[in-house]
Design a protein around this ligand. Structure first.
Ligand SMILES: [Zn+2]
Length: 88
């Protein structure tokens, strides 16, 4: 799990996601399934009570607090959906 502080944090992961192009499946708002090298990982995006945006992924990298490309791929979908919700 990592706390999302800004887009800079995601630059490398986004570049990797663009190269690998994982499949992202919508599993409900803030919940995504992203394809990886060893099957699907679940990514959970949420806002904590103190206003931090946290992102969880079930892969090994994220367990160590790394920003993985699964999270970046899920976030690009999540951000678009969050915008739509706000506009609605
Ligand atoms: Zn991951």
């Amino acid at each position: 799990m990592f706390i999302l502080k800004g887009i800079d944090q995601l630059t490398n992961a986004i570049a990797k996601a663009k190269k690998i192009r994982p499949r992202v499946e919508f599993g409900g708002f803030g919940r995504y399934r992203v394809s990886g090298s060893k099957g699907y990982y679940t990514v959970i995006c949420k806002k904590s009570d103190n206003g931090y945006k946290t992102v969880e992924c079930t892969c090994k990298g994220a367990e160590k607090g790394l920003v993985c490309y699964h999270a970046a791929a899920a976030l690009s979908l999540h951000v678009g959906l969050a915008r739509q919700q706000q506009a609605a």
